[in-house]
Design a binder for this molecule. Structure first.
Ligand code: NDP
Ligand code: ZN
Length: 351
């Protein structure tokens, strides 16, 4: 079969590989549509996970099941499914401890385009099919379904990690597709105000639709100065970080009230250390929490988030700014994600 692979750091292309084999608990699937993720860019061009050779890229798609193992109960060939980017081993000790995304080791629940071949291929393999796949609701089209692989669960997880509550003033740093879903989730959780940080005009327009009430640009001075100016010097209750880099934590701590919480879902692709400003961290005693996490995967979460979209409570269609048709556009879509033109939110390829 054909797959689009990372040949080595900085180089990618189409390769031929054997089609994946199906174990007793597994499924083999064929993508119906795939989306490119900023994480693919960190992995391929920044080498953020380290070297990978001939590894098929991609972890965002929806798909049709083509084969299932003898022990799979709830899925059969022909089913159309939602596929989470993170596919844990549900019988692992880490999953039993509540951290399925780290089943088998840190970040090891993230298998596609990390520890095994991803979804930019004619066929791909899903471990623990009953635990990880979800039926694709008939009301959700294949382009929107791709947003449920990663953008919705990651953006929503940022809001869970920041523990957003009714009436909170929330700062969302980064309003690419992930941060936009954090804005939407903060609004669903009852935030009173949502301050969004970003510059791309269509991301700002989408953030308004999702419930952002104020906007600041990280290009117009420091984030903390602008946040403190907007909040009478008090800072915000909660912060979701979905963009920036290692230095963004400094700005976040300085923008946060004592007792505030930061939820980071940004993939720190470069830099060795995250520096915490000593004084603004309350000289170690400010009760300012930092939680960083990989999105949870799994069937239950996919079913619940899918239900939110199917019920019309969450419109993900604003995210897919560039929709292509056919595998021959995959590389173009990938390069678009790398170059991030001003009108880009998310590129999707229908198959
Ligand atoms: P985008 O690149 O589309 O968006 C990044 C956002 O951050 C943009 O709004 C951008 O602004 C803003 N930004 C850029 N530089 C800065 C800065 N210095 N300070 C503040 N804001 C800045 O990314 P995505 O939304 O696609 O993804 C966000 C991150 O989430 C990525 O690192 C991705 O790898 C990660 N991720 C993490 C997952 C997880 O499970 N934890 C899963 C999926 C993705 P501008 O408008 O100017 O472009
Ligand atoms: Zn992704």
């Amino acid at each position: 079969m054909k797959g689009y692979a990372m040949l080595k750091i900085g180089e990618s292309g189409w390769i031929e590989k054997d089609a994946p084999q199906c174990g007793p608990l597994d499924a083999i699937c064929k993508p119906l549509a795939v989306a490119i993720c900023t994480s693919d860019i960190h992995t391929l061009w920044e080498g953020a996970l380290g070297e990978r050779h001939n590894m098929i890229l991609g972890h965002e798609c929806c798909a049709e099941v083509t084969a299932v193992g003898s022990l799979v109960r709830d899925f059969k060939p022909g089913d159309r499914v939602l596929v989470p980017a993170i596919t844990p081993d549900w019988n692992s000790l880490e999953a039993q401890a509540g951290y399925s995304m780290h089943s088998g080791g840190m970040l090891a629940g993230w298998k596609f385009s990390n520890f095994k071949d991803g979804v930019f291929a004619e066929y791909f393999h899903v471990n623990d099919a009953d635990g990880n796949l979800a039926q694709l609701p008939a009301k959700i089209n294949v382009v929107d379904a791709c947003m449920l692989s990663d953008m919705v669960p990651t953006g929503f997880h940022g809001v869970e990690l920041a523990d957003v509550q009714f009436g909170d003033i929330v700062l969302v740093i980064g309003i690419g597709p992930v941060g936009l879903m954090s804005v939407a989730a903060a609004a669903l959780r009852g935030a009173a105000e949502i301050i969004a940080v970003g510059t791309r005009p269509n991301c700002i327009a989408a953030a308004k639709e999702y419930g952002a009430t104020r906007f600041i640009s990280y290009k117009d001075g420091t984030i903390e100065e602008q946040v403190l100016a907007l909040t009478n010097g008090k800072g915000v209750d909660k912060i979701v970080i979905a963009g920036g880099g290692v230095d963004t934590f400094d700005a976040a701590i300085k923008s946060l009230k004592p007792g505030g919480k930061i939820g980071n879902v940004n993939y720190l692709g470069s830099g060795s250390y995250v520096n915490i400003p000593r004084v603004e961290w309350g000289v170690g005693m400010g009760h300012k929490q930092i939680n960083g996490g990989l999105m949870p995967g799994g069937r239950l979460r996919m079913e619940k988030l899918g239900a939110l979209v199917a019920a019309g409570r969450l419109d993900v269609s604003l995210l897919s700014s560039h929709v292509f048709a056919g595998w021959n556009h995959l590389e173009e879509a990938l390069f678009l994600m790398r170059d991030k033109p001003a009108d880009l939110i998310k590129p999707v390829v229908k198959l």
